[in-house]
Design a protein around this ligand. Structure first.
Ligand code: ATP
Ligand code: MG
Length: 211
């Protein structure tokens, strides 16, 4: 069980949601760059329990994905992992998570960190207006997902969100969990794409070999 005590006095809090199947350096560099650029005192990594949108492949067990995130961030005091989505029944909706967090932490300004692809799909998530009311959103650049097109779309379709959404240029890493899973399946190296301890855990547990 997590204690939220030390988070209550924070002013700027980052939230990094994802399936993290597995976590990789693209996630970590997005979180770290956002932390520095927006003065975030902590970034909370919140692995999805049951992702509502990933139906194309069998997702690795929630607690195993949690374990990989935990290993990946253990050396960074500014990063924290929360299991609240894993403890909830049913599909994980971001709006439910934000409401739950807001109930526990009434004071901090929330900054939800996403890649440009995730922000685009977020506009189609459950209750996007409510999400934007509860949290500001940082849209990190991601190779293959031009930020400009996305912000044009936001200006056209939801201009009222515009002052709550920020663009963030981060060092470009064309890494995705999908690509990592494929590499493992095909016996290719994933070294330098994800932290070594996570790589070793994947090997030890035999993840992704028989997708
Ligand atoms: P998958 O291929 O399974 O969808 P993914 O690499 O996209 O995995 P997710 O867990 O879906 O990882 O993403 C979590 C968040 O991290 C999303 O907001 C996503 O846009 C962002 N993200 C993932 N990879 C990168 C990257 N290389 N650069 C910037 N943002 C990224
Ligand atoms: Mg993704």
């Amino acid at each position: 069980m997590h204690t939220y005590e030390d988070l209550k006095s924070i002013k700027y809090l980052g939230i990094m949601g994802g399936t993290f199947d597995p976590i990789h350096f693209g996630h970590l560099v997005a979180a770290e760059t956002a932390r520095v650029a927006f003065n975030l005192e902590k970034v909370l990594f919140i692995p999805t329990g049951q992702p509502p949108h990933k139906v194309d492949h069998k997702v690795t067990g929630a607690w195993e994905r949690y374990e990989m995130v935990k290993m990946a961030i253990e050396a960074n005091d500014s990063f924290r992992i929360l299991s609240l989505e894993l403890e909830r029944e049913g599909p994980s909706y971001t709006i439910d998570t934000l409401r739950e967090l807001r109930g526990i932490l009434p004071d901090p300004d929330f900054y939800f960190i996403t890649g440009a692809d995730a922000l685009r799909s977020m506009l189609g998530w459950r209750e996007p207006e409510e999400i934007i009311k509860l949290t500001k959103v940082i849209s990190a650049s991601r190779p293959g997902y031009p930020l400009q097109d996305l912000f044009d779309l936001i200006d056209r379709s939801v201009p009222q969100f515009r002052d709550r959404i920020f663009q963030l240029k981060i060092p470009a890493l064309a890494i995705s969990s999908t690509d990592i899973r494929t590499r493992v399946k095909e016996g290719l190296s994933i070294r330098y794409l994800i932290p070594d301890n996570v790589k070793n855990y994947i090997k030890e547990r035999g993840f992704y070999r028989n997708l």
